[in-house]
Design a protein around this ligand. Sequence first.
Ligand code: ZN
Ligand code: ZN
Length: 633
Amino acid sequence: MKVFLPDDSALELDSGANGHDAAGAIGPGLAKAAVALKVADELRDLARPLADGDHIEIVTSRSGDDYLYVMRHSAAHVMAEAVETLFPGTKFGFGPPIEDGFYYDFDLPRPLTEEDFPAIEAEMKRIVKAKAPFQRSVMSIADAREYFAERDDPYKVDQIDELERQGEHEVSLYRQREFIDLCRGPHLQDSGKIGAVKLLSVAGAYWRGDEKNPQLTRLYATAFGKQADLDTHLERLEQARLRDHRRLGRQLELFYFDDAGPGFPFFLPKGMAVINAITEALRDELRRMDYQEIATPTILSERLWHQSGHYEHYKDSMYFTQVDDQGFAVKPMNCPGAILVYGSKRRSYRDLPIRLAEFGNVHRHELSGALHGLLRVRAFTQDDAHVFCRLDQVQDEVRSALDLVDRFYARFGFSRVEMNLATRPEKATGSPEMWDAAEEALRDALGDREYGVKDADGAFYGPKIDFQVTDSMGRSWQLGTVQLDFFMPERFELSYVNEDDDEVRPVMIHRAILGSVERFFGILIEDTGGDFPFWLAPVQARVLPISDRHADYAREVEAALRERDLRVEVDDRGESVGKRIRDGELAKVPYLLIVGDREVHQGGVSVRGRGGRDEGAAALADIADRLVAEASA
Ligand SMILES: [Zn+2]
Ligand SMILES: [Zn+2]
């Protein structure tokens, strides 16, 4: 039989040959380096037989993500075996590879702590050293259920039931030594090929992410082919830990969470100062771009959500309530509100484009296990806007939104913006001609920019452009989006009156620059490590009187700077100046202004900049001018 290699060359093999044979036929070096196989984009064990005409790719330790996926998945099985050995009676949940590592969910006979990690790692090393082969077998659903039921592994039985509901008739199992797991695979040939492993953390996780289910223990770990790569990764994790926005949010008193509102953030005065600075800057832009700001209700009739299609597509993420015995829902998106505003009066072609902006607070249910600080919340504010225009106005509207993205992101130091055009998905509403016109309008608006194309990734109602930025740690974040929509204007029968007095449907553009203001704030905290650009700093300057007799003057300095719209506070606690300087630095206040006898006498301040930089004395009026200039830079 014949199989095809990535360069489309054919490889002649005996029938029944497997991945090992294919690698061996290419060369002995590859036979040794091979760890898995890719057949038409599906990862498989080397030992699986090939079929005539297969397009194959040999995965080796140089194959990047494919290699890491298979190796980490194998390491997860080894970790599960180690846990079973050390904690007999453990029951097993899911244990998948994830980005940057893998985890396994266990139902353990006793709680696990980080103190158990060395013993588990040592047991894993023993299994790796034993070079235990991973052996695949296939069982009928019924046999597999009986096997795991007998083993008293209820979560595996639940997985099997789920697979049966999905229409599977048989399942695959993998065994290394005495440990057998329900698993799709693929795996390395043996545990000896697993690289450097490190257990990272332990957390609670509800079975299938649902808090009505039992809570399991999730053990996070990672593995790399080489120790040096693992070390680099661990160093990065430590950096990320120091910048974790949840930790900094507490330390800098920006926001917090209370048990009374899981997933619903509480913003503290300093956090609100930053958020207000962001939204005010954006409102300035919107005013210049001739947007009009509106506010629409948080709770609206269920009827509306049926009409908009949100009920159908989104109901599992929506919160419902009753008003006067009628069904209502908390808005998960702002679009229907804006549509009602547009439709609230007769619109003429002369009014278009109509640009309605809304900083709308939306609620979406997330499973408790998915919540993550400000990055994944249940309530957030979208910097939303809906533009209603003619088809021939789309290009200009989109182009000006893209310019705004460039301009606005740059203010936060995000100079590298990646744009992706997502095109017509399989399930799409509207005619092919409409879609072609819309995609062409977006392409034209993108013009000379570099952009990627995500084929068939558009919304069901229209194509879109997504924006991504890279932060100081090299991590990529998806922020805003511009989407074209022909569907909602149709559903709500929106219209404007054209030159000939005919009623015509407008096109709707949904666009958000930041996406979620809360999430953007979280990303910004991690990107800056809390050292916000001066214009965003929650406290831009702190005045430190050297002793009590300078306190009145310190208040005068504070008042003079506040008069200039700067965010200033006085620290006149009975602590030493040295201690208060350290506290100011820990609070990441950009300027500490120290005042004593000399400063009172001269009507000035002693300036300490970021990083303890001593900038000497300055007259009050001069420092005020300088800070105002820096705030508007
Ligand atoms: Zn597995
Ligand atoms: Zn919208």
